[in-house]
Design a protein around this ligand. Structure first.
Ligand code: S3P
Length: 522
């Protein structure tokens, strides 16, 4: 997909109050722990993004009832640690590393067989980091490339507790092992080089499980029962990060971002931007369902370069793409170190941001574990590639606020549309949601009863489809011919079918045509 940014910088700056979508990491865990608990867990603020829907679909496929209310809230009917059922099909984790890695731990201790897979990007990401420690606990997991890559086939069985030292600071690794630890005999301990995000530990405690946290790790004893609890998911600091940098780099801005999670294992972005001389203030700090929350007031500032390494890296790991835009607007040099993990995210984020910054005329040099960026006054425009990674796309969109010519962002479609929708609304960009387009094709395929292996029938159907978007008073809808299908395409059944439909070459080729038609209609 191509997203053509339309820039609306003004001397007035970005002013006002906003809220951001719910925290993605906490939303995943709300489904997982809610499903393993006894009783009903009611979730408010759940992020309805593609990644979280992958988790939701997977648990539904294992027999968990999840009521999705029209206001976006969820009720999860927990079935206890041993109440999940063997799924009848492969579980598709889409683009979501959190889904596949945490579920590997959870499924290792079940009494049934399951298979986890994902999209082309996820299938390239390293799974050995969870498979190896789980194997030490007695798990039976096989996968491509000697168990290092998905698909992963898991034959659940009884597990033994371990004391594991992880070579990487990763909440996905830590959480997978702690989840397996719930099924193990004895106390399972995970040690990590720097403390990674601790949402699993906090939520387990909220559900009544005894978890010990220490500097650089956590332990849990197996066999403990989770009791259902209501959950309020705070706004995602990783989404707020884009708006924080936007407000900092546009002079005269004053933006209040309400209700953002400021868990210290996630709030590295705040410390880093403050160290860069950014005016970032926490207002009305409070605690909600075991997680610290605040409003964040950001004012346009002249940033300066800094060095970022060590414990700051896991605390801001998802924010490096947008921090690199802040660095490119700062006075002086910024150096990132110890951030090798960025090379194995949804894409190699060091290489991707280096390429983006070069197109924008920034002087940048990458290292194996980071980057050195020289700040400049203004970016040039140009065509950048997001490599299908939403955080690269969003960071490039924020860069447009300081560019003298438009920036065109290619390949924004990894299915993560919530934030791009919000950004396009706020910044008045034109946003074409390819995820919604694939869902609409899936709806048409479902209605026509076409077999996905029948390439000719798929090809013929795609040629007849007229898919386009309409925007009316900030509400964007998607149409199939003269029918508004915006709600119809958002059911769990359509989510499942969409990932299979979007994998078909014929469909991918045809989605390009409606994109062009839709741009003409806008
Ligand atoms: C996440 C952990 C982090 C982060 C990812 C979400 C989680 O990954 O980058 O976006 O929800 O546990 P790692 O554990 O690989 O660092």
């Amino acid at each position: 997909m191509t997203l053509q940014t339309k820039i609306v910088t003004s001397s007035q700056g970005l002013r006002g109050e906003i809220t951001v979508p719910g925290d993605k990491s906490i939303s995943h865990r709300s489904i997982m722990f809610g499903a393993l608990a006894h009783g009903k867990t009611h979730v408010t603020g759940f992020l309805q993004g593609e990644d979280n829907l992958s988790t939701l679909n997977a648990f539904q496929s294992m027999g968990v009832t999840i009521d999705q209310h029209s206001n976006g809230e969820l009720t999860i009917h927990g079935c206890g640690l041993h109440g999940l059922q063997e799924p009848t099909d492969v579980l598709d984790c889409g683009n979501s590393g959190t889904t596949i890695r945490l579920m590997s731990g959870l499924l290792a201790g079940q009494s049934f067989f399951s298979v986890l897979t994902g999209d082309q990007y996820l299938r390239k990401r390293p799974m050995g980091r969870v498979v190896n420690p789980l194997a030490q606990m007695g798990a039976k997991i096989s996968g491509r490339e000697h168990g290092q890559c998905a698909p992963l086939a898991i034959q659940g069985r009884p597990l033994t507790a371990i004391d594991y030292t992880s070579p990487v600071a990763s909440a996905q690794v830590k959480s997978a092992i702690l989840l397996a630890g719930l099924y193990a005999d004895g106390v399972t301990t995970v040690n990590e080089p720097h403390l990674s995000r601790d949402h699993s530990e906090r939520m387990l405690r909220h559900f009544g499980v005894e978890v010990t946290s220490f500097l650089g790790g956590a332990s849990v004893a197996g066999g403990q029962t989770l009791q259902a609890q209501d959950l309020l998911v705070p706004g995602d600091i990783s989404s707020a990060a884009f708006f924080m940098v936007a407000a900092l780099i546009v002079p005269n801005s004053e933006l209040l971002i309400r209700n953002v999670g400021i868990n210290p294992t996630r709030s590295g972005i705040i410390d880093i931007l403050q160290a860069m001389n950014g005016s970032v203030e926490l207002v009305d700090q409070r605690e909600v369902a075991g997680e610290p929350v605040a409003d964040i007031l950001v004012k346009g500032s002249q940033l300066k370069g800094v060095e970022i390494s060590g414990e700051f890296v896991p605390r801001a790991i998802d924010e490096f793409p947008v921090i690199s835009i802040a660095a490119a607007c700062a006075e002086g040099t910024t150096v990132f170190r110890d951030a090798r993990e960025l090379r194995v995210k949804e894409t190699d984020r060091i290489a991707a941001m280096e390429a983006v910054l070069r197109v924008l005329g920034v002087s940048v040099e990458s290292h194996e574990d980071g980057m050195t960026i020289e700040g400049c006054e203004q970016f040039s425009g140009g065509r950048v590639n997001s490599c299908g990674d939403h955080r690269i796309a969003m960071s490039s969109a924020i860069a447009a606020l300081r560019a003298k010519d438009p920036i065109t962002i290619n390949d924004t479609g990894a299915g993560k549309s919530t934030l791009s929708r919000l950004l396009s609304e706020r910044l008045n960009y034109i946003n074409i949601d390819t995820g919604a387009m694939y869902r609409t094709v899936a709806l048409a395929v479902d209605r026509a009863g076409i077999d996905l292996n029948d390439c000719c029938a798929l090809d013929q159907l795609c040629q007849t489809l007229d898919i386009y978007f309409k925007r009316d008073d900030k509400i964007e809808t998607i149409w199939l011919g003269d029918e508004d299908v915006s709600t119809l395409i958002r059911t769990p059944e359509m989510s499942l079918l969409t990932s299979r439909v979007a994998a078909c070459q014929e469909v991918r080729l045809h989605v390009l045509q409606p994109v062009k038609r839709c741009v003409q209609r806008c």
